[in-house]
Ligand binder design. Structure first.
Ligand SMILES: NC(=O)c1ccc[n+]([C@@H]2O[C@H](COP(=O)([O-])OP(=O)(O)OC[C@H]3O[C@@H](n4cnc5c(N)ncnc54)[C@H](OP(=O)(O)O)[C@@H]3O)[C@@H](O)[C@H]2O)c1
Length: 295
């Protein structure tokens, strides 16, 4: 089967190549999914799980991409809850071969059923009265965070690059800050900071958290704490109930995942490498619903 693989950690995105890989084996409680659409995370080539399995053994050549939407084609021994032919979506394990391939093996518990009227390209994106500051508000994760925060009635301040302003405001952010030009300290105190950038932006944001407030970052373990608040490093966990909830919001028109670009599998390396990203998430279309491959 065709897949995108990496072998050399030092090669960066230049090491992403289209490779002929063996069809995956379904372990106990796995399903094999025929991938229709796949998502990846910028920076995943730096994650240890891209290069080693859970006991720490080299697992190259490895297949990156950990978000998928597709159809179940095979069940492993003991697998329950899903059936062959079912449309599904969800994340794959970080330390196993991922979704940038025609087929992938995933634990069934990672996946949720996908209703017939939700497009695979959109589903591959879903992989979660206070004031919340959301960094990277037009990006893959931030654009979903803005919408979920608005749904629970929060006042949302979004940040990003100047070009992201219209997208962030269109998603429901009440205020937008251009991190290259505006002064972050002008935001004033907020109840929650949601950070996807890390580094200096994360450090400067801790000062904005009001007493009792929370700083959540998904970018890196925080090295600084808000004075009278908490700092949390959040790492996503597969959760079928939450995925189902997201799919229901999508069907009800309450969530609008921004698909920035849809590219074929053969263009994965340039999609990873793109310096200036389009807003939202870039999706790799591996095959269409009829089974035709996209090269
Ligand atoms: N912990 C977890 O479970 C978890 C899960 C998913 C993702 N992540 C991590 O979260 C991060 C974001 O993921 P994503 O998929 O949302 O990425 P993304 O789609 O690239 O979104 C990040 C957004 O932030 C903007 N941005 C980054 N640095 C900036 C800066 N210095 N000033 C202004 N804007 C800036 C980006 O703009 P540009 O494109 O112009 O830079 C982009 O719009 C990644 O590091 C990823 O590894 C962690």
């Amino acid at each position: 089967m065709r897949a995108i693989t990496v072998r050399d950690r030092d090669a960066g995105v230049g090491g992403l190549t289209v490779t002929d890989m063996p069809y995956p084996r379904a372990a106990e409680n796995d399903v094999i999914v025929r991938v229709h659409a796949a998502g990846f995370t910028p920076g995943e080539l730096d994650w240890p799980g891209t290069w080693s399995d859970r006991p720490g053994r080299d697992r190259t050549p490895s297949i990156p991409g950990h978000e998928l939407s597709g159809a179940v084609v095979e069940l492993g021994y003991g697998t329950t809850g899903l059936t062959v032919g079912q449309r599904v979506f969800g994340p794959t394990d970080w330390a196993r071969n991922g979704s940038l391939a025609e087929y992938t093996a995933v634990e069934a518990r990672n996946l949720a059923p996908l209703a017939a009227d939700i497009d695979h390209t959109v589903a591959a994106h879903l992989t979660t009265g206070q004031t919340i500051l959301i960094h990277g508000a037009a990006g893959g994760v931030g654009s979903i965070a803005v919408q979920l925060a608005r749904e629970v009635g929060a006042r949302v301040i979004g940040t990003g690059r100047a070009d992201d302003r219209d997208v962030a405001l269109g998603l429901g952010a009440q205020i937008f800050l251009d991190l290259d030009a505006d002064d972050l300290q002008h935001v004033g105190e907020v109840d929650v900071v949601f950070d996807v950038i890390g580094g200096d932006i994360l450090k400067r944001s801790t000062e904005l958290v009001r007493p009792g407030g929370t700083l959540v970052t998904i970018a890196m373990p925080p090295t600084v704490q808000p004075k009278d608040g908490r700092a949390i490093f959040f790492v996503v966990e597969p959760d079928r109930a939450r995925l189902t909830d997201l799919a229901q919001r999508l069907r009800a028109g309450r969530l609008n995942p921004i698909v920035g670009a849809v590219r074929p599998l053969s263009e994965t390396a340039s999609a990873f490498a793109r310096h200036r990203r389009t807003p939202g998430k870039t999706i790799i279309q591996v095959a269409d619903e009829q089974g035709a491959q996209h090269s």
